[in-house]
Structure formats: structure tokens, C-alpha cells
Design a binder for this molecule. Structure first.
Ligand code: ADP
Length: 479
């Protein structure tokens, strides 16, 4: 049983259960309390009323006793005796009259006449305190009323003690509370039913939300989630809608990426096929032509493998924040090394490579990845340059960041494409990029690396005048 309950709690209990219990509890507690209080006060009122009634009767008769001189044997009126018996019968009790010597001169039960009766209420009454005493457990009450003499001084001559049962009274109260209990039971069932209906209504928005989410889980991402019945469901809906929108964008860009990859990978293969087919279609091909075609085929294979290499580095970076191999590095040395590697290409295009280091910089970076990023920027600056152009690389730093600026005198980038060039496979001029051996992935890799280092990259460019790429990277890497 316990195990089952524990499993149930772990798998999550329905919101309906605590809500139902809470509602029932809120209704049940005051109902019980009210029942108990009503029952008790009903009993008490009944008893109080009976005590008052008996007391009134006793006062009337005690007055009569005073007037007729009942306390002295000579003047005792037997009509009063009859009256005492009648009163005792009416309230189903007993009346005892005690004289100054605590002797019982009248007992409606005729059991104690002549005996001494020294009860607490009798003594008190002789002392001038008349009152009543309720014996709840023994189900009776007793009250004492003084009997005065017939003089002006009003001396207490005797005491009238009335005892009466409360049982028949509590019987009435019990009957009433039985009825009340039945009514309570009915109310209780109505309460349970009302709580169940209320719970159903209260959780309905959540059920609706769940239904929509089930459809989303089945792959229907076009569902509109707008369950605004409660503020909370509204907020959940909004958060879910945002998540789904993001999911859709990711899905879309993944589809786009896959189609771009296929297209990019197909292009060199198509060229290879055309080259090979035309070679095969020719008869007696001279060796030079063979060599030329084979060189072209080899170039296309190089291109294909470069695309695959770039794709692999991008994919690796996508999942690998933890795979950054951070070391403290002399950035001047790193930039100089990159420029040294690129100088032959620049020389081929007669592009002047200028390096300007404003200060010595050491920073926490992943050497391989950051040099790939800078390399791509400088290589682009050379590739998309004009004959006899220049590329200026500047390194600077402040107390927090280091900055690398790659400026060129090249063809520039039209403003509308300046943000797009960082997207995978995006190229402003496809033919030129192909010619220069570009894959369209270089800047995507660069941006990814810089973001991994918590840095930023931005471009300023004017078509026909040149471009400036500025990179900002924190000196200290904080993961
Ligand atoms: P690619 O392999 O084609 O060079 P990149 O991602 O490195 O791919 O660059 C994307 C595109 O951005 C390039 O095709 C080119 O059109 C443009 N581009 C990048 N750098 C420069 C630059 N310095 N000057 C002019 N255009 C540039």
C-alpha cells in the first residue's frame, strides 16, 4: 500500500485530488463546528428554560407558603401540599421542604419526611444565596428557594428544594440533533458533489492545455496555444508558444541547412561527372587534355573535402562548449603566424598585408579555433580584394577585451547582405566565391568560435571601397 502511494506521488498526483480535498475540508470543518455548537446550545437553552420554569413555580409556591404560614405545623394548609405535589408531578421532579432545623417537613416522594437534610444548597439558601445546581452527568438539577416568614423582616423560615430530571429534555435535544445529523449528512453529500463539479470546472483550462500539447507532441507544430482562462495558464501558453515558434525556426533552418549541404556537396560531384563523361566521350584524347581534365577533377575533389572539413568543424563546435581547449596565449605571436601563412596568397594577388600591433596582448583562448577564426577573416580580406590592394590587421586591447580589426581595400559588401554573410553557405557573389575556393562556411565558423569565447564580431563595409571586420574577445575566459 505504502509502496503504491509512494509510486503514485512520484508519478505525480492529479491536481484534482488536493483541490477536491481542500474544498471538502473548507466546507466540512465549519459545518461540523456549527453542528456541535448548535447541538450544545440547544441542550443548554432547554435546561435553562426548565430551571427558570421550575424556579418560577417554586417562587410562587414559596410566596404562598409564606402567606399561609406553611412552616408552622398549626397553620399548615393542606391545599399547599396538594399544589406542591402537582408542581412536582408537572416537571417530573421532587420537592422537599426543609425547616430552620434542617428537618424535612414535606417530601413529595414521602421518603424523607422527618429526616434531616443538610445539603449544600440548603445551607447556602439559609445564608441568603438562592441558586441552582446542575448535575450534568447524573442528568438532574437541584434548586433551592427560601420560604420567608410573614413578617416585615422577611426572615428565612425554611427552604424549598426542587430536584428534577433533565433526561426527558436531553431526549428532545437528541431528537433534534438526530434530525440535524441527517440534514448534515445530506449537506455533506451536496458538498462533495459541488466540490467535484467545481474541481472539474477549475481544472478544465489545464485539461484543454494538455490536449493541445498532446497534439503538439504528435508533431502538429501549427497549433495555436492560447489558454487564457487563468493568468497562470496564459503565461504557460505564452511560454509554450514561444518554445514552439523557436522549435519551428530550428526545424526550418535545419531543413534549409540540409538542403544547402546537399546542394553544396552535389556541385563538385556534378562537375567531376561532367569532366569524366566528356573525357570518356572523346576518342583518342591527347595526354595534355587528360592531364588538364584530371587536374580539374582533383580540384573539385579538394573542394568537396574542404566543404566536408568545414562542415565537420561547424558541427563539432555546435555541440562542444566544453571542448574548448583554453590556454593563455600571446595573441601577437598568433596573428603574426597567421599572416605569415597567408602572405604567399596575398603576394599572388599583389595584396599588401600590413600588421599593426598597438600593445602586447595575452589572453585565454582556444589556440586552434581562434586562429581558424582570424585566418578566415584575413583570408577573406585577401580573397575579396582588388589587384594591388591592401589588408591591414590591427591588434589592440583594454583592461577587459582584446580587439582585432581586419580592414581591406576590397570589393566591399552591400549593406543588405552584411548580416547575412555570417549564415552558413551564404555568399554574396557565388561565382566569385567558387572561383576563390570558398565554401560559404568560413564566416559562420568565425562567428561561432568568437561566440564560444563570449566575444562579438561586427562588420562595416561599403561596396567598392572595402570592409572592416572588428572582433572583440574577453582577455579572461569565464565559462
Ligand atoms: P566563403 O567561403 O564564400 O568566403 P565566408 O563565409 O567566408 O564564405 O564568406 C561569406 C561571404 O561573405 C563571401 O562569399 C563573400 O561574398 C562575403 N565576404 C566575406 N568577407 C568579405 C570581405 N572581406 N570583403 C567582401 N566580401 C566578403
Amino acid at each position: 500500500m505504502l509502496g503504491w502511494m509512494r509510486r503514485k506521488w512520484k508519478s505525480g498526483v492529479s491536481l484534482k485530488v488536493p483541490l477536491f480535498l481542500l474544498l471538502v475540508f473548507i466546507g466540512f470543518v465549519p459545518m461540523c463546528f456549527l453542528g456541535k455548537v448548535t447541538d450544545q446550545s440547544l441542550r443548554q437553552t432547554q435546561i435553562d428554560y426548565r430551571v427558570m420554569e421550575v424556579q418560577n413555580q417554586c417562587l410562587i409556591i414559596s410566596n404562598k407558603m409564606s402567606r399561609t404560614g406553611y412552616m408552622s405545623e398549626e397553620t399548615r394548609d393542606s391545599a399547599v401540599d396538594v399544589e406542591l405535589n402537582t408542581i412536582a408531578d408537572i416537571f417530573n421532579g421532587r420537592i422537599v421542604v426543609v425547616n430552620k432545623d434542617f428537618k424535612v417537613i414535606k417530601d413529595t416522594f414521602q421518603l424523607a419526611e422527618g429526616r434531616t437534610h443538610v445539603a449544600e444548597e440548603v445551607i447556602r439558601c439559609f445564608q441568603g444565596e438562592s441558586g441552582s445546581r446542575l448535575e450534568r452527568d447524573k442528568h438532574y438539577f437541584a434548586l433551592a428557594v427560601p420560604v420567608f416568614d410573614n413578617t416585615e423582616e422577611k426572615r428565612i423560615e425554611g427552604v424549598l428544594v426542587a430536584t428534577a430530571s433533565t433526561e426527558n429534555l436531553t431526549g428532545v435535544a437528541e431528537r433534534v440533533s438526530e434530525k440535524a445529523a441527517f440534514f448534515q449528512m445530506m449537506t455533506w453529500w451536496v458538498l462533495v458533489l459541488a466540490a467535484a463539479i467545481l474541481v472539474m470546472l477549475l481544472v478544465r483550462p489545464f485539461v484543454r492545455l494538455q490536449k493541445v500539447l498532446n497534439q503538439v507532441a504528435e508533431g502538429n507544430l501549427d497549433q495555436v496555444i492560447a489558454e487564457n482562462t487563468y493568468k497562470e495558464t496564459g503565461q504557460i501558453s505564452m511560454a509554450l508558444q514561444n518554445t514552439i515558434t523557436k522549435l519551428k525556426t530550428v526545424n526550418q533552418s535545419r531543413d534549409e541547412f540540409v538542403s544547402n549541404v546537399s546542394h553544396e556537396l552535389k556541385t563538385p560531384i556534378t562537375s567531376i561527372r561532367v569532366l569524366a563523361d566528356s573525357l570518356m566521350g572523346m576518342e583518342e584524347v591527347p595526354v595534355e587534355l587528360y592531364r588538364e581534365f584530371m587536374t580539374d577533377i582533383s580540384d573539385e575533389i579538394d573542394r568537396e573535402s574542404k566543404i566536408i572539413d568545414d562542415l565537420l568543424s561547424l558541427v563539432k563546435m555546435d555541440k562542444a562548449v566544453a571542448e574548448l581547449n583554453i590556454v593563455q596565449l600571446d595573441i601577437n605571436g598568433l596573428v603574426q603566424q597567421i599572416l605569415k601563412r597567408l602572405r604567399p596568397i596575398a603576394r599572388r594577388r599583389n595584396v599588401e598585408l600590413i600588421y599593426e600591433s598597438i600593445r602586447e596582448v595575452t589572453a585565454d583562448v582556444d589556440e586552434v579555433k581562434i586562429s581558424l577564426a582570424i585566418n578566415n577573416l584575413v583570408e577573406n580580406a585577401v580573397k575579396y580584394n582588388v589587384e594591388d590592394g591592401w589588408v591591414r590587421v590591427t591588434l589592440d586591447a583594454d583592461h577587459k577585451f582584446f580587439y582585432i580589426k581586419v580592414a581591406d581595400s576590397g570589393i566591399g559588401i552591400p549593406e543588405e547582405f552584411q548580416e547575412k554573410i555570417f549564415e552558413r553557405f551564404y555568399r554574396v557573389d557565388k561565382a566569385r566565391s567558387r572561383e576563390t575556393g570558398g565554401t560559404g562556411l568560413g564566416l559562420a565558423i568565425t562567428r561561432k568560435v568568437i561566440l564560444m569565447h563570449h566575444g562579438a564580431v561586427r562588420v562595416l563595409s561599403k561596396e567598392g571601397e572595402g570592409s572592416v571586420f572588428t572582433v572583440r574577445i574577453p582577455l579572461n575566459y569565464i565559462s
